[in-house]
Structures are given as structure tokens and as C-alpha cells.
Design a protein around this ligand. Structure first.
Ligand code: LMR
Length: 329
């Protein structure tokens, strides 16, 4: 027998707009690639409920998590084409389009939470946001996740020499790829979506990520060693389709800005708590050997990474670079 197609034109859908009296409802499709119980996943949900509340249901955020709608390779293009209205990619994923954003990928440039805050909320953030205009996307906020840690399945990584010839999955960022090369490893760019599979089938030996991503995507089940290196910060930039933003009334824009401001404040506290809690969960599984990198060991890594600082200075210009170095001190 034949099944009736669920979307036949004669069918009266349960969520038919006119039936619900919501024909004027503004729908914001928000696509992201991580799991729901991560800082970004939870922030997206909080943002959606704040938008619904502040607009009395006149605006609705539909969330598509886990890359179900678009992978991280596709989401920027999807945003620009208006296939979704909102995304929040890791800022490393903008570095191929807007070179100045590379400054945030410099290893050990922002060594602690205070430095991250100062960079993103201060002059560095302002300069980077201004570069989004010519890229024709509306930048709305920075969201936090946490510092990246290094995992692999071959050997404990303490000294730079331990990276020798290991293959690491990276985000599509020149700076991150060069970081691994300078440490003696072999980078391989792959979408976040494929990372577990790459690790599982040993297409790569390791990867770098925040604890929440290592935990929620179960990388810890297929990786034996983790180094708590805090060598780079993984944060997000919340982006909206520019013409969609421009079509909103100023009170609708206000709803979004207020909901985002509250979510961003919430995230500042909770991203840290989530990462700490999930590190404890990983420790309790006893599946990984974990090494906490000492300051002395960090300095050794940084010595190998120095050429990257000169290279990024040439790419982003002295003003941004000097500002980051000032914050690093
Ligand atoms: C990654 O690709 O490793 C991360 O950017 C995923 C994410 O969005 O946190």
C-alpha cells in the first residue's frame, strides 16, 4: 500500500500558521553543530526561550543542533544565502574569510579568562566586529566556551617532541594548522561532524577541543591521552543573516539584543561550570590518562610556536597584534 505523503497540499498541518493565528510570527532558524548539553547548545535554548517570552510568542527561534541541518563547513554559506537566519560558529571558522580574525587563534595569546574577556569585550573585539560589515553578515555577540585541550590515542603529550608525526584533526584555520606543524605534528582539517569517526577509524591520532566537546561527542572514549594545555580559546561569534536583520523592526531587533545580552551573561558563568563538571565526569570514567601542563612546559611549547606570532602579525597588522600582546602580558 502507499503511504500518504505527510506534506501533501491538501493536508491541514497541525502547525498551520493561520489555524494558530500566528501568521505574523517571525521564525529565526538557528543552526549549530554541537550537542544540546554544551555551553552553545544550552545558550541557544536559553536564547530561544527569552525571545519567545520577550516577544509574547510573536518571535520564535527554531534550533537545529548537532549539525543536523548544516555542518560547520556549510553553515556560513547557508547563513549568507538565507537558508538559516542565525549561526554561532567558532571564530576560527571565519579566519579563512576575514584574516584579522586569525589573531584569536594564536596559541597562548589569551592565557586566562581575564585576557579572553578583555580581548573580546574590548578593542580587539570591536576591530574584529567592524570587519564583519564587508563580509555582509550581522555580528551580534561573542559567546564563550572554553580553553582547548589536546587529546590523542598514541602517547602522553608533555614536550613538543611528543607531537612528532602525530596526525591531528583541526578546524579550518591556517593558524591552528601551522600550530600543529610547528610542534612537529601533521594537521588534517575536518568538519566537527566527522571528528568522532576520524578518531574512531584512526584517520587521525588526535584533536584539540574544549572539554564540553570532548565529553559530549565522546571523544574521550576513543582517545587514551589528554593534555590540559589551555593553549587556545574556543569561543563563538553569533551571526545573523544581514538582510533578515535589516528587515526586522527596531522593537524586534531590541528583543533579540536583550535576549542575547542576557544569554551572554548567563554563558560567561555557565560555560566554565559546564566544562569543569564535564572534566570531572571524564576523570571519573578513568578512561583517559590526563596530564596538566606546567607553566614551564607551556613556555617550551610557546618557544616552538614563536614563528607563528611573526606570521600572524604580517597577516593582521600591527594594531591588532600589539593589542593582543598587551593583553597577553
Ligand atoms: C570544532 O569544530 O571543533 C568546534 O568549533 C565545534 C564547536 O562549534 O564548538
Amino acid at each position: 500500500y502507499w503511504l500518504v505523503p505527510p506534506f501533501s497540499s491538501t493536508a491541514s498541518l497541525p502547525y498551520d500558521d493561520e489555524q494558530e493565528g500566528l501568521q505574523d510570527q517571525i521564525v529565526i532558524r538557528f543552526s549549530h553543530v554541537v550537542a544540546e548539553h554544551t555551553p552553545k547548545g544550552l545558550a541557544a535554548q536559553k536564547f530561544a526561550s527569552l525571545v519567545a517570552k520577550k516577544s509574547n510568542g510573536k518571535m520564535k527561534v527554531e534550533i537545529y543542533a548537532n549539525g543536523t541541518l548544516f555542518t560547520d563547513e556549510e553553515e556560513l554559506e547557508a547563513l549568507k544565502q538565507g537558508k538559516v537566519e542565525m549561526i554561532a560558529p567558532a571564530y576560527s571558522k571565519l579566519t579563512g574569510f576575514i584574516p584579522e580574525w586569525r589573531v584569536l587563534d594564536l596559541p597562548f595569546a589569551l592565557p586566562n579568562d581575564k585576557a579572553v574577556e578583555e580581548a573580546l569585550q574590548g578593542k580587539v573585539g570591536k576591530i574584529l566586529f567592524s570587519k564583519l560589515q564587508s563580509f555582509h553578515v550581522k555580528g551580534l555577540a561573542f559567546w564563550e566556551n572554553g580553553f582547548k585541550q589536546v587529546t590523542n590515542s598514541v602517547r602522553p603529550i608533555v614536550q613538543p617532541a611528543d607531537f612528532h608525526d602525530l596526525r591531528f584533526r583541526t578546524m579550518p584555520s591556517d593558524v591552528i594548522q601551522e600550530q600543529f606543524r610547528l610542534l612537529g605534528a601533521i594537521p588534517k582539517v575536518a568538519p566537527f561532524h566527522d571528528t568522532f569517526r576520524e578518531l574512531y577509524y584512526q584517520q587521525v591520532d588526535g584533536q584539540e577541543n574544549t572539554i564540553s566537546n570532548i565529553y559530549s561527542k565522546r571523544f574521550y572514549e576513543v582517545q587514551r591521552y589528554m593534555t590540559i594545555s589551555n593553549h587556545g580559546y574556543l569561543g563563538y561569534v553569533v551571526l545573523m543573516n544581514e538582510s533578515f536583520w535589516n528587515r526586522l523592526t527596531s522593537s524586534q531587533q531590541q528583543v533579540i539584543l536583550e535576549a542575547l545580552a542576557e544569554t551572554t551573561t548567563w554563558m560567561k558563568i555557565h560555560a566554565k561550570i559546564i566544562n569543569e563538571k564535564q572534566l570531572n565526569e571524564i576523570i571519573h570514567t578513568r578512561r583517559m590518562h590526563i596530564h596538566w601542563l606546567t607553566d614551564e612546559q607551556k613556555r617550551e611549547w610557546l618557544n616552538h610556536l614563536q614563528p607563528l606570532y611573526d606570521r600572524v602579525r604580517r597577516q593582521v597588522g600591527g594594531q591588532l597584534m600589539n593589542e593582543v600582546l598587551r593583553i597577553q602580558q
